[in-house]
Design a protein around this ligand. Structure first.
Ligand code: CA
Length: 321
């Protein structure tokens, strides 16, 4: 039987607290997540901050605080602000682009301005501190966001991210960290040119941009530099007429290429038509596809389903005569 999958808290416990806040990360830790995700972008003064978007529009009060600092496209980019300025922003539950409504309407209330932007370094200190005080070994799961865009702005984001991890002792393949990126050329560069020894995850999506990468030949090239593949969970299953799930061709091809699977993103408030609840979705999915890890906005729910399935899988042996 494969090991039960680990649970990656997607942007923290983002189902319960605004994404990428230290409060949301501490909650995810307390809810039993095995890894905490950090999306990493750079500030104008080259500091690494934990933010999902290149711009600040949909999760902060930047338009109120710095109304003149948008570019011609209307966006307020994190890279146009020094860290000291970014720290003055309030972070809110994510809103729909250009609108006041929340993306997920039943999540944390939008108007509450308790939260701030933090650096990657601060988040590593939080995780390392909690690991010390609890005796657990929860890992980091940083994503290099838009590396080419950062390079065009004079910042080698990958190199800086690896340097930051190394300063905190994260250097070896056995360390509790996975580095993820959608950009295949960049992830190969991280392995080959930057000589990174950490575990690497090739993120992939659907559509023409990923067609070549997702062929058996493409996947064997990915396996030259990456340890794992991070697709959308829908890419790993096919749905039968009776709503039963089967592993897709991609799941088999990734296994054949010796890439472990880390699908994104399970969340209670966005469910496919074949699942009534997140618990139901996770149970059917995990029964159909063996995965090493999974991303979830509600880490406690994923941990609970994962642990129950593991208990049930062990039970027949325990009760056998
Ligand atoms: Ca991410």
């Amino acid at each position: 039987m494969p090991a039960p999958p680990f649970v990656i808290a997607h942007r923290g416990a983002s189902g319960y607290l605004p994404e990428h806040t230290l409060e949301g990360k501490a909650l995810a830790y307390g809810l039993g997540a095995d890894f905490l995700e950090q999306d990493v972008v750079a500030s104008r003064d080259g500091e690494l901050v934990v933010l999902h978007d290149l711009y600040l529009d949909d999760t902060t009060d930047v338009a109120q605080r710095f109304p003149d600092r948008h570019r011609h496209d209307g966006h307020f980019y994190a890279i146009d602000f020094d860290l000291e300025e970014l720290r003055r922003l309030k972070v809110f539950e994510r809103r729909r682009p250009g609108a006041a409504e929340a993306v997920y309407e039943d999540r944390f209330p939008g108007g509450i301005g308790l939260f701030r932007i933090n650096t990657l370094e601060e988040e590593i200190e939080l995780v390392d501190g909690l690991n010390r005080s609890t005796g657990r070994r929860v890992g980091l799961y940083p994503e290099i966001k838009n590396p080419r865009w950062h390079l065009e702005h004079g910042i080698d984001l990958s190199r800086r991210l690896l340097e930051c991890l190394a300063r905190h002792g994260y250097r070896e393949p056995g360390d509790a960290v996975y580095v993820q990126c959608f950009d295949a050329a960049e992830l190969r560069r991280v392995r080959v040119d930057l000589r990174c020894r950490l575990k690497l995850v090739q993120l992939v999506g659907q559509g023409p941009a990923y067609e070549d990468l997702l062929t058996p030949e493409g996947l064997s090239r990915v396996a030259e530099y990456a340890d794992s593949l991070g697709p959308a969970y829908a890419q790993l299953v096919s749905v039968g007429d009776d709503a039963t799930l089967k592993a897709s061709g991609l799941a088999g091809a990734a296994n054949a290429a010796r890439l472990t699977l880390h699908p994104y993103t399970f969340r209670r408030d966005v469910l496919p038509p074949y699942a009534a609840t997140l618990e139901h979705l996770l149970e059917s999915f995990l029964t159909a596809v063996p995965v090493e890890g999974l991303f979830c906005d509600h880490p406690d729910l994923a941990v609970r389903v994962r642990d129950r399935l593991a208990r049930e899988a062990r039970a027949p042996e325990l009760t056998a005569p």
